[in-house]
Design a protein around this ligand. Structure first.
Ligand SMILES: *[C@@H]1O[C@H](CO)[C@@H](O)[C@H](O)[C@H]1NC(C)=O
Ligand SMILES: *[C@@H]1O[C@H](CO)[C@@H](O)[C@H](O)[C@H]1NC(C)=O
Length: 389
Protein backbone atom coordinates (compact mmCIF):
# COMPACT_ATOMS: atom_id res chain seq x y z
CA UNK A 1 0.00 0.00 0.00
CA UNK A 2 1.06 3.54 -0.66
CA UNK A 3 1.44 5.94 2.18
CA UNK A 4 -1.70 7.83 1.17
CA UNK A 5 -3.74 4.59 1.20
CA UNK A 6 -2.42 3.72 4.65
CA UNK A 7 -3.37 7.19 5.82
CA UNK A 8 -6.86 6.71 4.39
CA UNK A 9 -7.30 3.31 6.08
CA UNK A 10 -6.16 4.73 9.43
CA UNK A 11 -8.47 7.70 8.93
CA UNK A 12 -11.51 5.48 8.21
CA UNK A 13 -10.68 3.14 11.09
CA UNK A 14 -10.37 6.09 13.47
CA UNK A 15 -13.65 7.52 12.22
CA UNK A 16 -15.36 4.18 12.78
CA UNK A 17 -14.03 3.91 16.34
CA UNK A 18 -15.08 7.46 17.17
CA UNK A 19 -18.62 6.94 15.84
CA UNK A 20 -18.94 3.61 17.66
CA UNK A 21 -18.12 5.33 20.93
CA UNK A 22 -19.88 8.60 20.23
CA UNK A 23 -22.67 9.77 22.43
CA UNK A 24 -26.09 9.39 20.85
CA UNK A 25 -28.04 12.62 21.33
CA UNK A 26 -31.76 12.82 21.80
CA UNK A 27 -33.65 16.09 22.13
CA UNK A 28 -37.12 15.52 23.62
CA UNK A 29 -38.55 18.36 21.51
CA UNK A 30 -37.78 16.29 18.39
CA UNK A 31 -40.02 13.55 19.81
CA UNK A 32 -42.98 15.84 20.30
CA UNK A 33 -42.38 17.39 23.74
CA UNK A 34 -43.93 20.85 24.01
CA UNK A 35 -42.43 23.72 25.96
CA UNK A 36 -45.72 25.45 26.81
CA UNK A 37 -46.26 23.75 30.19
CA UNK A 38 -49.80 22.79 29.16
CA UNK A 39 -49.53 20.18 26.41
CA UNK A 40 -48.97 16.69 27.77
CA UNK A 41 -45.38 15.70 26.98
CA UNK A 42 -45.42 12.34 28.75
CA UNK A 43 -45.47 10.30 25.56
CA UNK A 44 -42.58 12.26 24.02
CA UNK A 45 -40.42 11.71 27.11
CA UNK A 46 -41.26 8.01 27.14
CA UNK A 47 -40.43 7.61 23.45
CA UNK A 48 -37.10 9.38 24.05
CA UNK A 49 -36.37 7.14 27.03
CA UNK A 50 -37.25 3.91 25.25
CA UNK A 51 -34.99 4.87 22.36
CA UNK A 52 -32.17 5.79 24.76
CA UNK A 53 -32.64 2.57 26.66
CA UNK A 54 -32.38 0.48 23.49
CA UNK A 55 -28.97 1.89 22.48
CA UNK A 56 -25.76 0.06 23.31
CA UNK A 57 -23.77 3.29 23.32
CA UNK A 58 -23.92 6.28 25.71
CA UNK A 59 -26.98 8.43 25.28
CA UNK A 60 -27.64 12.02 26.21
CA UNK A 61 -31.26 13.08 26.48
CA UNK A 62 -31.55 16.82 26.25
CA UNK A 63 -34.46 18.80 27.66
CA UNK A 64 -34.18 22.42 26.44
CA UNK A 65 -35.48 25.48 28.23
CA UNK A 66 -39.24 25.64 28.68
CA UNK A 67 -41.96 24.05 30.77
CA UNK A 68 -43.01 20.46 30.10
CA UNK A 69 -46.19 18.98 31.50
CA UNK A 70 -45.59 15.37 32.53
CA UNK A 71 -48.18 13.02 33.97
CA UNK A 72 -47.06 10.04 36.03
CA UNK A 73 -44.03 8.66 34.18
CA UNK A 74 -41.89 5.58 34.75
CA UNK A 75 -38.43 5.39 33.23
CA UNK A 76 -37.88 1.69 33.30
CA UNK A 77 -34.63 -0.26 33.07
CA UNK A 78 -32.53 -2.25 32.75
CA UNK A 79 -31.22 -0.61 29.59
CA UNK A 80 -28.82 -1.93 26.95
CA UNK A 81 -26.32 0.73 27.99
CA UNK A 82 -25.38 1.71 31.52
CA UNK A 83 -24.64 5.26 30.43
CA UNK A 84 -27.71 7.37 29.87
CA UNK A 85 -27.73 10.98 30.93
CA UNK A 86 -30.40 13.63 31.15
CA UNK A 87 -29.28 17.20 30.62
CA UNK A 88 -32.20 19.38 31.68
CA UNK A 89 -32.39 23.11 31.08
CA UNK A 90 -36.17 23.21 31.44
CA UNK A 91 -38.80 22.70 34.13
CA UNK A 92 -40.88 19.55 34.44
CA UNK A 93 -44.37 20.39 35.66
CA UNK A 94 -46.80 17.98 37.35
CA UNK A 95 -50.51 17.96 36.51
CA UNK A 96 -53.15 18.54 39.18
CA UNK A 97 -53.24 15.97 42.01
CA UNK A 98 -56.62 14.82 40.70
CA UNK A 99 -54.87 13.74 37.48
CA UNK A 100 -52.05 11.96 39.35
CA UNK A 101 -54.75 10.16 41.34
CA UNK A 102 -53.40 7.35 43.50
CA UNK A 103 -49.97 7.21 41.82
CA UNK A 104 -47.39 7.05 44.65
CA UNK A 105 -44.66 8.54 42.46
CA UNK A 106 -44.71 11.25 39.81
CA UNK A 107 -41.32 10.75 38.09
CA UNK A 108 -40.15 7.23 38.73
CA UNK A 109 -36.86 5.54 37.76
CA UNK A 110 -37.13 1.79 38.12
CA UNK A 111 -34.21 -0.69 37.84
CA UNK A 112 -31.92 1.80 36.13
CA UNK A 113 -28.12 1.49 36.25
CA UNK A 114 -25.52 4.10 35.31
CA UNK A 115 -27.79 7.11 35.02
CA UNK A 116 -26.88 10.75 35.45
CA UNK A 117 -29.23 13.69 35.66
CA UNK A 118 -27.99 17.25 35.61
CA UNK A 119 -29.80 20.53 36.00
CA UNK A 120 -33.52 21.00 35.68
CA UNK A 121 -36.39 21.96 37.91
CA UNK A 122 -39.25 19.75 39.07
CA UNK A 123 -42.36 21.71 39.91
CA UNK A 124 -44.96 19.40 41.45
CA UNK A 125 -47.38 22.28 42.10
CA UNK A 126 -48.31 20.78 45.47
CA UNK A 127 -50.35 23.71 46.83
CA UNK A 128 -53.76 22.44 45.73
CA UNK A 129 -53.00 19.01 47.19
CA UNK A 130 -51.99 20.51 50.56
CA UNK A 131 -55.18 22.59 50.49
CA UNK A 132 -57.24 19.44 49.90
CA UNK A 133 -55.62 17.80 52.93
CA UNK A 134 -55.98 20.89 55.05
CA UNK A 135 -59.70 21.02 54.23
CA UNK A 136 -59.99 17.45 55.53
CA UNK A 137 -61.49 16.27 52.26
CA UNK A 138 -60.80 12.77 51.07
CA UNK A 139 -57.65 13.28 49.04
CA UNK A 140 -55.38 10.79 47.28
CA UNK A 141 -52.23 9.78 49.20
CA UNK A 142 -50.07 12.19 47.20
CA UNK A 143 -47.18 11.51 44.82
CA UNK A 144 -43.47 11.83 45.56
CA UNK A 145 -41.82 14.00 42.95
CA UNK A 146 -38.77 11.90 42.03
CA UNK A 147 -38.19 8.30 43.05
CA UNK A 148 -35.48 5.75 42.42
CA UNK A 149 -36.21 2.11 43.03
CA UNK A 150 -33.61 -0.64 42.53
CA UNK A 151 -31.16 1.83 40.96
CA UNK A 152 -27.38 1.52 40.82
CA UNK A 153 -24.67 4.10 40.05
CA UNK A 154 -26.91 7.11 39.74
CA UNK A 155 -25.85 10.76 40.00
CA UNK A 156 -28.17 13.74 40.26
CA UNK A 157 -26.48 17.15 40.08
CA UNK A 158 -27.80 20.66 40.22
CA UNK A 159 -31.47 19.68 40.23
CA UNK A 160 -34.12 21.89 41.85
CA UNK A 161 -37.33 20.42 43.28
CA UNK A 162 -40.13 22.72 44.37
CA UNK A 163 -43.48 22.18 46.06
CA UNK A 164 -43.70 18.41 46.05
CA UNK A 165 -47.07 16.99 47.10
CA UNK A 166 -45.43 14.70 49.66
CA UNK A 167 -41.71 13.68 49.78
CA UNK A 168 -39.56 15.41 47.15
CA UNK A 169 -37.08 12.60 46.45
CA UNK A 170 -37.06 8.97 47.57
CA UNK A 171 -34.22 6.49 47.26
CA UNK A 172 -35.38 2.94 47.83
CA UNK A 173 -33.37 -0.27 47.35
CA UNK A 174 -30.53 1.58 45.62
CA UNK A 175 -26.76 1.27 45.57
CA UNK A 176 -24.16 3.90 44.93
CA UNK A 177 -26.09 7.09 44.42
CA UNK A 178 -24.79 10.67 44.50
CA UNK A 179 -26.92 13.78 44.96
CA UNK A 180 -24.91 16.94 44.54
CA UNK A 181 -25.83 20.60 44.56
CA UNK A 182 -29.59 20.10 44.84
CA UNK A 183 -32.09 22.75 45.90
CA UNK A 184 -35.25 21.46 47.53
CA UNK A 185 -37.92 23.94 48.48
CA UNK A 186 -41.47 23.83 49.88
CA UNK A 187 -43.20 26.02 52.49
CA UNK A 188 -42.51 25.45 56.17
CA UNK A 189 -46.16 24.49 56.76
CA UNK A 190 -46.60 22.11 53.81
CA UNK A 191 -47.40 18.67 55.30
CA UNK A 192 -45.09 15.65 54.83
CA UNK A 193 -42.92 17.31 52.21
CA UNK A 194 -39.71 15.57 53.31
CA UNK A 195 -36.65 16.57 51.27
CA UNK A 196 -34.86 13.29 50.61
CA UNK A 197 -35.92 9.93 52.02
CA UNK A 198 -33.44 7.04 51.94
CA UNK A 199 -34.20 3.43 52.83
CA UNK A 200 -32.91 -0.08 52.11
CA UNK A 201 -30.00 1.55 50.28
CA UNK A 202 -26.21 1.42 50.45
CA UNK A 203 -23.68 4.07 49.48
CA UNK A 204 -25.87 7.15 49.15
CA UNK A 205 -24.02 10.50 49.23
CA UNK A 206 -25.71 13.89 49.55
CA UNK A 207 -23.47 16.98 49.24
CA UNK A 208 -23.77 20.69 48.61
CA UNK A 209 -27.53 20.52 48.98
CA UNK A 210 -29.94 23.08 50.41
CA UNK A 211 -33.26 21.88 51.77
CA UNK A 212 -36.05 24.14 53.02
CA UNK A 213 -39.24 22.22 53.51
CA UNK A 214 -42.23 21.26 55.70
CA UNK A 215 -40.96 17.93 57.06
CA UNK A 216 -37.58 16.18 57.49
CA UNK A 217 -34.80 17.61 55.35
CA UNK A 218 -33.40 14.11 55.09
CA UNK A 219 -35.18 11.09 56.57
CA UNK A 220 -33.23 7.91 56.97
CA UNK A 221 -35.27 4.73 57.02
CA UNK A 222 -34.57 1.08 57.81
CA UNK A 223 -31.83 -0.68 55.86
CA UNK A 224 -29.73 2.43 55.18
CA UNK A 225 -25.97 1.74 55.12
CA UNK A 226 -22.93 3.88 54.31
CA UNK A 227 -24.83 7.13 54.00
CA UNK A 228 -22.78 10.34 53.72
CA UNK A 229 -24.27 13.81 54.03
CA UNK A 230 -21.88 16.75 53.74
CA UNK A 231 -21.71 20.51 53.19
CA UNK A 232 -25.45 20.99 53.18
CA UNK A 233 -28.09 23.26 54.69
CA UNK A 234 -31.36 22.38 56.39
CA UNK A 235 -34.19 24.62 57.52
CA UNK A 236 -36.95 25.37 57.77
CA UNK A 237 -37.76 21.70 58.15
CA UNK A 238 -37.75 18.92 60.72
CA UNK A 239 -34.01 18.26 60.60
CA UNK A 240 -31.96 15.26 59.57
CA UNK A 241 -33.79 12.31 61.06
CA UNK A 242 -32.85 8.70 61.42
CA UNK A 243 -36.35 7.26 61.62
CA UNK A 244 -39.00 6.75 62.35
CA UNK A 245 -37.62 3.28 63.02
CA UNK A 246 -39.11 0.26 64.72
CA UNK A 247 -42.66 0.50 63.53
CA UNK A 248 -42.32 -3.06 62.28
CA UNK A 249 -41.30 -6.05 64.38
CA UNK A 250 -38.81 -7.25 61.76
CA UNK A 251 -36.79 -4.43 60.31
CA UNK A 252 -33.36 -3.88 58.73
CA UNK A 253 -30.91 -1.75 60.74
CA UNK A 254 -29.25 1.57 60.00
CA UNK A 255 -25.47 1.43 59.87
CA UNK A 256 -22.56 3.79 59.16
CA UNK A 257 -24.10 7.23 58.73
CA UNK A 258 -21.97 10.40 58.52
CA UNK A 259 -23.39 13.91 58.72
CA UNK A 260 -20.65 16.50 58.33
CA UNK A 261 -20.42 20.23 57.91
CA UNK A 262 -24.16 20.87 57.92
CA UNK A 263 -25.89 24.09 58.98
CA UNK A 264 -29.39 23.92 60.48
CA UNK A 265 -31.36 27.18 60.43
CA UNK A 266 -34.66 27.56 62.29
CA UNK A 267 -35.47 23.88 61.94
CA UNK A 268 -37.61 21.92 64.41
CA UNK A 269 -34.87 19.38 65.02
CA UNK A 270 -31.21 19.22 64.18
CA UNK A 271 -29.75 15.75 64.58
CA UNK A 272 -32.59 13.40 65.46
CA UNK A 273 -32.98 9.67 65.96
CA UNK A 274 -36.61 8.72 66.31
CA UNK A 275 -37.98 5.28 67.18
CA UNK A 276 -41.45 3.94 67.78
CA UNK A 277 -42.06 2.71 71.34
CA UNK A 278 -42.76 -0.73 69.94
CA UNK A 279 -41.00 -4.09 69.85
CA UNK A 280 -38.59 -4.47 66.91
CA UNK A 281 -35.35 -6.23 66.03
CA UNK A 282 -33.91 -3.15 64.28
CA UNK A 283 -30.81 -1.16 65.23
CA UNK A 284 -28.79 2.00 64.65
CA UNK A 285 -25.02 1.79 64.88
CA UNK A 286 -22.02 3.80 63.73
CA UNK A 287 -23.31 7.34 63.39
CA UNK A 288 -20.96 10.33 63.21
CA UNK A 289 -22.23 13.90 63.43
CA UNK A 290 -19.36 16.33 62.93
CA UNK A 291 -18.83 20.08 62.47
CA UNK A 292 -22.47 21.04 62.77
CA UNK A 293 -23.87 24.53 63.23
CA UNK A 294 -27.30 25.09 64.80
CA UNK A 295 -29.05 28.42 64.38
CA UNK A 296 -32.13 28.69 66.55
CA UNK A 297 -33.04 25.01 66.31
CA UNK A 298 -35.82 23.75 68.62
CA UNK A 299 -34.24 20.37 69.43
CA UNK A 300 -30.62 20.47 68.22
CA UNK A 301 -29.60 17.02 69.52
CA UNK A 302 -32.34 14.50 70.19
CA UNK A 303 -32.80 10.77 70.50
CA UNK A 304 -36.45 9.90 71.05
CA UNK A 305 -37.23 6.23 71.59
CA UNK A 306 -40.70 6.86 72.94
CA UNK A 307 -42.49 7.92 69.78
CA UNK A 308 -46.10 6.76 69.94
CA UNK A 309 -48.57 9.26 68.53
CA UNK A 310 -51.90 9.02 70.34
CA UNK A 311 -50.38 6.30 72.56
CA UNK A 312 -51.87 3.67 70.30
CA UNK A 313 -50.42 0.26 69.46
CA UNK A 314 -47.34 0.57 71.67
CA UNK A 315 -47.91 -2.36 74.05
CA UNK A 316 -44.79 -1.85 76.20
CA UNK A 317 -44.24 1.83 75.47
CA UNK A 318 -40.54 1.01 74.92
CA UNK A 319 -38.55 0.68 71.71
CA UNK A 320 -36.86 -2.52 70.60
CA UNK A 321 -34.36 -0.58 68.45
CA UNK A 322 -30.78 -0.95 69.71
CA UNK A 323 -28.85 2.30 69.39
CA UNK A 324 -25.05 2.25 69.73
CA UNK A 325 -21.87 4.11 68.71
CA UNK A 326 -23.32 7.54 68.04
CA UNK A 327 -20.69 10.33 68.05
CA UNK A 328 -21.31 14.07 68.21
CA UNK A 329 -18.13 16.02 67.41
CA UNK A 330 -17.98 19.79 67.33
CA UNK A 331 -21.63 20.77 67.46
CA UNK A 332 -22.13 24.51 68.02
CA UNK A 333 -24.79 27.17 67.95
CA UNK A 334 -28.14 28.04 69.45
CA UNK A 335 -31.19 26.15 70.64
CA UNK A 336 -34.67 27.66 70.45
CA UNK A 337 -35.78 25.73 73.57
CA UNK A 338 -34.02 25.22 76.96
CA UNK A 339 -33.31 21.50 76.41
CA UNK A 340 -30.61 21.54 73.73
CA UNK A 341 -29.57 17.93 74.18
CA UNK A 342 -31.98 15.10 74.90
CA UNK A 343 -31.25 11.39 75.01
CA UNK A 344 -34.57 9.70 75.71
CA UNK A 345 -33.64 6.05 75.20
CA UNK A 346 -35.50 2.79 75.63
CA UNK A 347 -35.65 1.17 79.08
CA UNK A 348 -35.51 -2.29 77.50
CA UNK A 349 -32.73 -1.28 75.06
CA UNK A 350 -30.67 1.56 76.54
CA UNK A 351 -28.49 3.61 74.17
CA UNK A 352 -24.85 2.52 74.29
CA UNK A 353 -21.63 4.21 73.27
CA UNK A 354 -22.86 7.77 72.88
CA UNK A 355 -19.83 10.03 72.57
CA UNK A 356 -19.68 13.78 72.88
CA UNK A 357 -16.56 15.73 71.79
CA UNK A 358 -16.90 19.49 72.05
CA UNK A 359 -20.50 20.56 72.09
CA UNK A 360 -21.42 24.19 72.62
CA UNK A 361 -25.11 24.95 72.46
CA UNK A 362 -26.69 28.01 74.02
CA UNK A 363 -30.25 29.05 74.72
CA UNK A 364 -30.90 32.78 74.61
CA UNK A 365 -27.37 33.49 75.87
CA UNK A 366 -27.85 31.37 78.98
CA UNK A 367 -26.75 27.79 79.60
CA UNK A 368 -29.06 25.28 77.98
CA UNK A 369 -29.96 21.92 79.57
CA UNK A 370 -29.44 18.29 78.72
CA UNK A 371 -31.60 15.36 79.77
CA UNK A 372 -30.80 11.64 79.72
CA UNK A 373 -32.92 8.54 80.13
CA UNK A 374 -31.38 5.08 79.72
CA UNK A 375 -28.37 6.55 77.90
CA UNK A 376 -24.80 5.41 78.36
CA UNK A 377 -21.66 7.02 76.97
CA UNK A 378 -18.74 9.35 77.52
CA UNK A 379 -17.64 12.86 76.73
CA UNK A 380 -14.42 14.78 76.13
CA UNK A 381 -13.68 18.47 75.63
CA UNK A 382 -16.01 21.30 76.47
CA UNK A 383 -19.61 20.13 76.68
CA UNK A 384 -22.34 22.75 76.96
CA UNK A 385 -24.98 22.07 78.15
CA UNK A 386 -23.19 19.89 80.68
CA UNK A 387 -23.44 16.25 79.70
CA UNK A 388 -26.00 14.07 81.47
CA UNK A 389 -24.43 10.83 80.22
C1 LIG B 1 -25.19 -2.80 33.47
O1 LIG B 1 -24.99 -3.02 34.85
C2 LIG B 1 -25.58 -4.22 35.32
C3 LIG B 1 -25.47 -4.21 36.82
O2 LIG B 1 -24.16 -3.92 37.24
C4 LIG B 1 -24.91 -5.38 34.65
O3 LIG B 1 -25.49 -6.59 35.10
C5 LIG B 1 -25.10 -5.26 33.14
O4 LIG B 1 -24.38 -6.30 32.50
C6 LIG B 1 -24.59 -3.91 32.66
N1 LIG B 1 -24.97 -3.75 31.28
C7 LIG B 1 -24.15 -3.19 30.38
C8 LIG B 1 -24.71 -3.06 29.01
O5 LIG B 1 -23.03 -2.79 30.66
C1 LIG C 1 -18.96 3.94 55.76
O1 LIG C 1 -19.54 4.64 54.69
C2 LIG C 1 -18.62 5.39 53.92
C3 LIG C 1 -19.41 6.10 52.84
O2 LIG C 1 -20.44 6.83 53.42
C4 LIG C 1 -17.58 4.51 53.31
O3 LIG C 1 -16.63 5.29 52.62
C5 LIG C 1 -16.89 3.71 54.40
O4 LIG C 1 -16.02 2.78 53.83
C6 LIG C 1 -17.93 2.96 55.22
N1 LIG C 1 -17.28 2.28 56.34
C7 LIG C 1 -17.44 0.99 56.56
C8 LIG C 1 -16.73 0.46 57.75
O5 LIG C 1 -18.12 0.28 55.85
Amino acid sequence: MENSQITLVIFLLFGFLVSANAVYNINVVNYGAKTDGRTDSTKAFLTAWNLACSKTQSVKIYVPNGRYLLKQITFKGPCRNNATSFKIDGTLVAPSYTVLGNAPNWIFFYKVTGLSISGGTLDAQGASFWACRKAGKSCPPGARSLSFNFGTKITVKGLTSINSQVTHITINNCNNLLMQGLKIVAPDDSPNTDGIHVQLSTGVTITGTTIKTGDDCVSIGPGTRNLWIEASNCGPGHGISIGSLGKALIERGVQNVTVKNVVFTGSDNGLRIKCWARPSNGFVTGVLYQDIIMRNVRYPIIIDQHYCPGNKNCPRQESGIKISQVTYRNIQGSSATPVAMKFDCSRTNPCKGIRLHTVKLTYQNIAAKSTCLNADGASTGLILPESCL
